[in-house]
Design a protein around this ligand. Structure first.
Ligand code: SF4
Length: 408
C-alpha cells in the first residue's frame, strides 16, 4: 500500500458527515424543513438564489449551465427563464459545437447572460504560444456571436493533460495573451480549471498567485480531505470557486433508486455542494428542460435530513467505485497507464452518456497509455488506492468500451 493512508468505509463516512447516526442525532447542517418537490421551480426564475463570484463581483446563480452537451438554444432560453443565466463552455467542447449552440441563444440578448469559455491548447496539440491563445479566443467569440466573455479559463491544467502541469498555468505567453485580450475588452476575468492528480497543486497556485479571479474545480460529497481548506482559502483571497463534477461519479444507470418522494439524488448532491457557503456556484451538464427544472430546484434550498440519507445510501454503495483522482495508483503502475484519466473518460461514457466525448478523449491517448496492459497485470495500482477501487476491473471495462476499433 506504499505507506498511503487507507480510508476504510467507516472513516470515510464519518469524514463526510453522512453517517446515519449523524442524521439521527440531528448534527449541525441537517435542516429539518421539507425538501422541495423534485421538479418544482420554486427557487428558480428571477428569484433564483445568487452568490458573488469572488472579486469579480459578478452575481452568479447558484446553479449554472454546464454546456458540454448543449445542442438546443431553446433549452438555454428555458434555463434563462428559470434564473440560470450562467453558461459554461469551452473551445474544445464537441469541436466548438457547444459554443455555436450558445451563440445562437446569446444573439440579441448577450447582456442577459454571464458567459465562461476556456482555452484548450493541449487539445489541438499546438505549442501554448501567445498567438495561439489569442486565435483560439477569437474563434470562440465568433462561435459565441459576442465580442467578449465574462470569464476565460485556462482549461484542464495538469500534468496528465499536457505533460507539463503547473508550468502551463505559469506560462508567460498565456499571461501576455490574457493582457492583450483583456485590454481589447474580449475577456473580463481570468481563471483556471483542472482534473488531474496534481489538481490541488494547480488550484493552490491559482488561488495564491493573485493572478486568477476564479477556479473551476471538482467538489462533491465524496471528495477527499483538503478540498474544504482550498475553498476556504479561495474565499479569503477573493477567488471565486465554481464547483464541477458535483455528482460524485453519478454511478448507477438508475439514479431514481436514490430519491425519495421529495428530492432526487442529483438535487441532494447539488444541495450538499451549495451547503458550503464559500462555494460561489456550481455547474452541471444540461441539455433538456427536465434537467433545468430538476437542477434549478436545488438552488436556495436547505440540505435536509432526507438529502443526507440519500447521499449516505449512495456512498454506502459506491464509495469503492468512484475515483477521487488522487493518482497514487499511477505511481504504482509499472506501465504508466493513464488511470485517472481513463476512469474519467469511462465516467463520461458509462454515467454521463457522453459517448463521443469519451471515445475522442481515449483516442487522444497514445496506445501505451491505454488500459490494454491491464489484461495480464496483477493490479499493483489497487494496492495503492486509498479507496479500495477494483481498478483493474474498471480499466478493462473502460478499454473494452473505448478502445479505438481501427487501432486495437
Ligand atoms: S492493472 Fe493496469 S493500471 Fe493497474 S498497475 Fe496493472 S497495468 Fe497499471
Amino acid at each position: 500500500m506504499s505507506g498511503r493512508r487507507r480510508i476504510d468505509r467507516r472513516t470515510f463516512l464519518r469524514d463526510t458527515a453522512l453517517l446515519g447516526g449523524a442524521v439521527a442525532a440531528g448534527l449541525p447542517g441537517a435542516a429539518a424543513s421539507p425538501a422541495p418537490p423534485a421538479t418544482s421551480p420554486t427557487n428558480a426564475g428571477a428569484g433564483m438564489a445568487r452568490r458573488t463570484l469572488g472579486r469579480t463581483g459578478l452575481r452568479v446563480p447558484e446553479v449554472g449551465l454546464g454546456g458540454y452537451p448543449i445542442d438546443d438554444p431553446d433549452v438555454i432560453l428555458y434555463a434563462l427563464d428559470r434564473g440560470i443565466n450562467y453558461l459554461d463552455t469551452a473551445s474544445c467542447y464537441r469541436g466548438g459545437a457547444s459554443e455555436t449552440t450558445i451563440g445562437k441563444a446569446l444573439k440579441g440578448r448577450r447582456d442577459a447572460f454571464i458567459v465562461t469559455t476556456k482555452w484548450c491548447p493541449h487539445h489541438i496539440g499546438k505549442p501554448a504560444k501567445k498567438q495561439f491563445f489569442l486565435e483560439q479566443l477569437d474563434a470562440s467569440l465568433i462561435r459565441l456571436q459576442t465580442d467578449h466573455v465574462d470569464l476565460l479559463l485556462n482549461h484542464e491544467v495538469g500534468k496528465n493533460s499536457d505533460g507539463s502541469g503547473l508550468p502551463r498555468l505559469q506560462n508567460p505567453e498565456m499571461f501576455e495573451a490574457w493582457e492583450i485580450a483583456h485590454r481589447a475588452g474580449k475577456a473580463r476575468f481570468l481563471g483556471a480549471s483542472g482534473h488531474d492528480p496534481d489538481l490541488m497543486d494547480i488550484m493552490r497556485y491559482a488561488v495564491e498567485s493573485g493572478r486568477f479571479d476564479a477556479v473551476l474545480c471538482r467538489y462533491s460529497f465524496l471528495d477527499y480531505p483538503g478540498q474544504d481548506a482550498l475553498i476556504a482559502r479561495a474565499a479569503e483571497k477573493g477567488v471565486g470557486f465554481i464547483a464541477m463534477k458535483t455528482l460524485a461519479g453519478a454511478k448507477g444507470a438508475d439514479l431514481d433508486r436514490f430519491r425519495d418522494r421529495h428530492v432526487t439524488f442529483k438535487q441532494a448532491a447539488l444541495k450538499w455542494v451549495l451547503s458550503n457557503r464559500k462555494v460561489s456556484n456550481l455547474i452541471i451538464s444540461i441539455n433538456s428542460r427536465q434537467q433545468v427544472d430538476e437542477y434549478a430546484a436545488a438552488a436556495g434550498a436547505p440540505l435536509t435530513l432526507a438529502d443526507r440519507a440519500i447521499l449516505e445510501e449512495y456512498a454506502r454503495e459506491f464509495s469503492t467505485q468512484v475515483c477521487r483522482f488522487e493518482g497514487a495508483c499511477m505511481e504504482a503502475c509499472p506501465e504508466n497507464v493513464r488511470i485517472t484519466d481513463i476512469l474519467r473518460f469511462s465516467m463520461y461514457y458509462h454515467e454521463y452518456k457522453q459517448e463521443n466525448r469519451a471515445l475522442e478523449s481515449y483516442a487522444r491517448l497514445v496506445a501505451s497509455e491505454r488500459a490494454a496492459h491491464c489484461l495480464h497485470c496483477s493490479g499493483f495500482c489497487e494496492r495503492a488506492c486509498a479507496y479500495d477501487l477494483p481498478i483493474r476491473t474498471l480499466m478493462l471495462r473502460a478499454d473494452a468500451a473505448l478502445r479505438p476499433r481501427d487501432r486495437g
